[in-house]
Write a new protein. Structure first.
Length: 335
């Protein structure tokens, strides 16, 4: 079995009490059956408290938050389970976070998740480098269409190269990604794999783009599920017109995370739009780019319904038509 991961993946360390946010706030934590059985069987005050706060919802065990925070979170910022029983006693969710695993059967891709502030800092500041690959025993049969996966891997590589092009601005590479995504979708649909002419694509973009409303985009996000008052307030702010260079790293993270997922339904185009909408929103919210991207991820990426709503709207909402997306990416002002 082949495992691919970023070179910094194994060096990630939780910064615990120095974390400006915490994964122990606001979220209910899903507890795997083995950990739930262990917790419920523990003697003493720790077991009593766990039996009190563990709840079963739709057949799943969850640790419900109390007063906005995990009931196992101590005032010194440390986890009571970890402190009293050791790291191996943590449930899978807490042990793994913010490490993501995309399991395709015969290969795995690992990645850090942007919703952790320390992971966000690493993801958005580390110089871009190809991932490292290792072979380990185990694995199973490929769980995907081999031809489609080959197209997706090849086009993802090209998309990452496009985003890293130092000769073009961040705005240009994001706009080009939309057109490249359309071409990659055609290849995924069985069309001819054409080489991408970025110069010609830029001409098309300049002709086709028209102003869109970033205010409408933020209003759309205000209508999604919201976890924190902080996010709600940020969405009401006057949008920033800036597009910092760091947005390339955000786009690369999203491409690495979502591109291959199109093997499940052959719909790459809407994922590309999701990536671009995400970049636009993080830029529009302004402030510290890394902190804003982390908050975005916590509110959007970690909420399945929110991601699905954006993927649907990418096709159906007049806010997200290709011409308007291109206009917003290029920074065209509304008249
Ligand atoms: S969000 Fe990240 S750095 Fe913060 S407590 Fe959780 S794992 Fe640690």
């Amino acid at each position: 079995m082949r495992i691919t991961k970023p070179s910094y993946f194994d060096d990630f360390h939780c910064i615990a009490s120095r974390c400006p946010d915490s994964c122990c706030k606001e979220w209910d934590v899903q507890v795997d059956p083995e950990a739930a059985a262990l917790y419920r069987s523990l003697p003493g005050p720790l077991g009593d408290r766990l039996r009190e706060v563990l709840q079963t919802e739709d057949g799943e065990t969850v640790m419900t938050i109390v007063d906005g925070r995990c009931p196992m979170w101590r005032s010194d910022g440390l986890c009571r389970i970890q402190a009293e029983l050791g790291e191996q006693a943590l449930c899978r969710t807490c042990r793994e976070f913010p490490r993501l695993t995309h399991d395709y059967g015969d290969f795995l891709e690992r990645q850090l998740e942007l919703s952790c502030p320390e992971a966000a800092r690493i993801l958005l500041t580390a110089p871009y480098a190809p991932p490292v690959t290792e072979e380990v025993p185990g694995g199973s049969e490929a769980e995907y269409d081999g031809e489609a996966m080959a197209v997706l891997k090849q086009t993802r590589q090209a998309a990452l190269a496009l985003l890293s092009d130092p000769l073009r601005s961040a705005r240009e590479v994001l706009a080009l990604l939309l057109l490249y995504g359309c071409q990659a979708q055609e290849a995924l649909d069985g069309g001819e794999a054409l080489s991408f002419d970025a110069e010609a694509a830029l001409e098309t973009i300049r002709e086709f783009a028209r102003p869109g409303s970033i205010r409408e985009v933020l209003d759309f996000f205000s209508g999604l599920e919201i976890l924190t008052p902080q996010w709600n307030a940020r969405l009401q702010d006057i949008p920033s017109g800036q597009m910092p260079e760091t947005v390339r790293a955000l786009a690369r993270y999203l491409v690495e995370r979502y591109w291959l997922q199109a093997v499940s339904d052959y719909d790459l185009a809407c994922r590309v739009k999701f990536i671009l909408i995400s970049c636009l929103v993080v830029c529009a919210l302004g402030g510290d780019f890394i902190a804003t991207a982390q908050l975005f991820s916590k509110e959007i990426e970690n909420n399945y319904d929110n991601v699905e709503a954006i993927l649907d709207a990418a096709y159906t909402s007049p806010i997200f038509t290709d011409d308007k997306l291109l206009g917003m990416l290029l920074g065209l002002a509304e008249s």
